[in-house]
Design a protein around this ligand. Structure first.
Ligand code: FEO
Length: 172
C-alpha cells in the first residue's frame, strides 16, 4: 500500500520530518547539558541545576516524537547528534544562546505543523499543539532569566542570589 495516497495516514515525508525533530530535541538535550557543564566549571551550581533539569525536559520531548512515530506506524531513525559549543563568555551569554536556540526550535515546530496541516495529518497536528504551548512557556522562562541577568550585569551578589533561585528548579 502506498501510504502517501491515504488521507490521515502518516506519510514518509512526515515521518522524516518527525525523525529530524527527534534529533533536534536530542541536540537540545546535549546543548543544555553542555551549558550545565559550563556552569559547573565556574562553580555556579544553581545555574548548572537549572540546565540539567532543562536537559531532562528535552529528553522527554525527544521521546514524545519517538512514541508518536511508533504509534503511527512509522520507523524511528536516530541520526548523529551535532556537537554543542562548550564555552561561553558569561552567564548572560549562555542564556542569550538558549533563547536564540528556543526561537529556532519554535520556528521548526511551526514548519512541521504547517506540513502536517497540508498533509491533513490530524493526529500529528494534535500532537504538535502540545509543543506549541510548550515553546511559549520555554521562550518566556528563558527570556525572563535573560532580562534578570541584564539587570544584574557584573554584580556578583546578584548573580549568587540568582544561582540560589535557579538551584531550586525541580524536574516537572
Ligand atoms: Fe524541546 Fe526546548 O524545546
Amino acid at each position: 500500500m502506498d501510504k502517501n495516497n491515504v488521507i490521515d495516514m502518516i506519510t514518509d515525508e512526515m515521518v522524516e520530518e518527525l525523525n529530524k525533530q527527534l534529533n533536534s530535541e536530542l541536540y537540545s538535550y546535549y546543548l543544555y547539558l553542555a551549558m550545565a557543564a559550563y556552569f559547573d566549571s565556574i562553580n555556579l551550581k544553581g545555574f548548572a541545576n537549572w540546565m540539567k533539569v532543562q536537559a531532562k525536559e528535552e529528553e522527554t520531548h525527544a521521546l514524545k516524537f519517538y512514541e508518536h512515530i511508533v504509534e503511527r506506524g512509522g520507523r524511528v531513525k536516530l541520526y548523529q547528534i551535532n556537537q554543542p559549543p562548550s564555552e561561553w563568555k558569561t552567564p548572560l551569554d549562555v542564556f542569550e544562546a538558549a533563547y536564540s536556540h528556543e526561537t529556532e526550535v519554535t520556528r521548526r515546530i511551526y514548519s512541521i505543523l504547517e506540513l502536517a496541516q497540508q498533509k491533513r495529518d490530524h493526529a500529528t497536528v494534535n500532537m504538535l499543539q502540545w509543543f506549541i504551548s510548550e515553546q511559549v512557556e520555554e521562550e518566556a522562562s528563558v527570556s525572563s532569566i535573560v532580562q534578570k541577568l541584564r539587570l544584574i550585569g557584573e554584580h556578583i551578589g546578584g548573580l549568587l542570589i540568582m544561582d540560589k533561585e535557579l538551584g531550586e528548579r525541580k524536574p516537572s
